[in-house]
Design a protein around this ligand. Structure first.
Ligand SMILES: [Zn+2]
Length: 459
């Protein structure tokens, strides 16, 4: 038998998700074990980049466990591909992540199976998704999973979306952490990101590594202002929204504005089948909400439902929104306007100067949302030329990610023990800015690895 104490080196490969926001996929190997952390879609200008369909740089059948940090598509979207390349290990996540991932994968499969060029119908088949769920086991936050050859795994609450977890790995008394995405605490719905201690190696996100958000107290006030303003302009307020978490946060805040009579009554449409399904799933997992949200539920409040809200599941219902007299509010996907029903609303409402488009989240480079954010006056949407005269409003406090200062503060808590910090999952300038800030402010070794790069961790 091998003396495990002698295996003091682990290798970490940033297969993708380094130097870019999306496509998280990291390989940790050593002592005859191979673990993956996340298996996400690479997204950008298109919902999926062609890069996704290259073969994985490892033998999928040799992977022991795939750990998932959370159910966003850029962290789970290539699981069916991993299955199709022969993966037969275990998949591990928290309990809500598994359920939300099932909904997200079905939705992704629905979109991607139309692609005939890369044989995606075969990869995103019902069978491959079913197989993934058969291999998928869950952990509660804090529950420890011991794996042979001396590895121990557990999740801490990342506070990013429901079920999101930072993966902590203990090996030879060393602690390695993959943060996944880090929540912009305090969130209206979720508990705060748990603090970390005694971390030796950290792989961290940097989506907002070079920017700070508006003050969080101001975001509900701004939402109130934008809604009131739209009422006075008698316009349509269209809100491109991420279906997962952002939609539920928004509904929760509009719920409180409506029920406390702070905003005037007007029709509000939740025009996204995916959002409607995810919102239903959220209601099953209220034990993972923060104390305040749980207290409100205990009073009998529905949290995501209020007078005036209409959930338009069917296409006909969605089309009929156009006939409803403004003022009205339409919440639809996708959050970066790179697909989904929001595109039809943008064609209908962006040309009207009485209307408003409210951006509530990160708009990645190359997306339609980014063009709107940057003030483009003429757009091409679904083959139509669209002139933008609508008011473009933004609330950055709604971001689901920690901003630059809070990322530094988060690392500071464990700076005294950190040997190396790898800054990933951000645009290059954002990752580099954060790494420099961590070096300057905390005097730690922070790196920005390249995609495909392998580093060694001494344990
Ligand atoms: Zn995320």
């Amino acid at each position: 038998m091998k003396d495990m104490a002698n295996e003091r080196i682990l290798e970490l490969t940033f297969c993708s998700g380094a130097g870019t926001v999306t496509g998280a996929n990291f390989l940790l190997e050593g002592n005859e074990k191979k673990f993956l952390v996340d298996c996400g879609l690479i997204q950008g200008e298109k919902f999926v980049d062609d890069l996704n369909w290259a073969k994985f740089p490892y033998d999928a059948s040799s992977i022991d466990i795939l750990f998932i940090t959370h159910s966003h598509v850029d962290h789970i979207g290539r699981i069916p591909k991993l299955i199709s390349e022969g993966f037969k290990g275990k998949i591990i996540s928290t309990v809500p992540t598994r359920e939300l991932a099932e909904i997200m994968l079905a939705d992704t499969a629905h979109i991607l199976s139309r692609d005939t060029e890369h044989g995606l119908a075969e990869i995103y088949s019902v069978e491959n998704i079913k197989r993934a769920l058969e291999l998928w086991e869950t952990l509660e936050y804090g529950q420890k999973l011991n794996v042979d050859h001396g590895f121990q795994f557990s999740y801490k609450d990342a506070g990013h979306i429901l079920g999101s977890g930072m993966l902590e790995i203990i090996y030879n008394d060393r602690k390695i952490v993959f943060t996944g995405d880090l929540g912009n605490s305090p969130s209206p719905l979720l508990p705060d990101t748990e603090p970390l201690k005694n971390v030796d190696y950290m792989v961290m996100e940097s989506c907002y590594g070079d920017r700070n958000h508006e003050k969080r107290e101001e975001r509900k006030k701004r939402l109130e202002e934008v809604i009131k303003n739209n009422f006075e302009r008698k316009g349509a307020l269209i809100i491109p929204t991420f279906s997962l978490e952002r939609t539920q946060e928004l509904l929760y805040e509009i719920n409180s504005l409506v029920e406390n009579n702070i905003i005037p009554r007007m029709p509000i449409f939740l025009d996204s089948p995916l959002s409607i399904k995810l919102t239903d799933a959220y209601l099953k997992y209220d034990k993972y909400f923060n104390e305040k949200a749980r207290r409100i539920i205990a009073t009998g409040d529905k949290l995501f439902d209020f007078p005036g809200l209409e959930k338009t599941l069917e296409t006909d219902q969605s089309k009929a929104i156009l006939n409803v007299h403004p003022p009205k509010i339409i919440i639809a996907g996708s959050g970066m306007s790179n697909g989904g029903r929001i595109l039809h609303h943008e064609i209908n409402y962006l040309p009207g100067k009485e209307n408003t488009i409210l951006l509530t989240g990160y708009q990645s480079f190359g997306t339609l949302g980014r063009l709107i954010e940057d003030g483009a006056k003429k757009l091409h949407i679904l083959g139509e030329e669209v002139i933008v005269r609508a008011n473009v409003a933004k609330i950055s406090g709604y971001s689901g990610h920690k901003d630059s200062d809070h990322l530094v503060e988060f690392v500071e808590n464990t700076a005294n023990t950190l040997k190396k910090t790898f800054v990933v999952m951000g645009e290059p300038k954002s990752s580099m800015f954060l790494a420099q800030k961590l070096r300057d402010n905390l005097n730690i070794k922070a790196f920005t690895p390249n995609s495909g790069e392998t580093v060694t961790l001494e344990c």
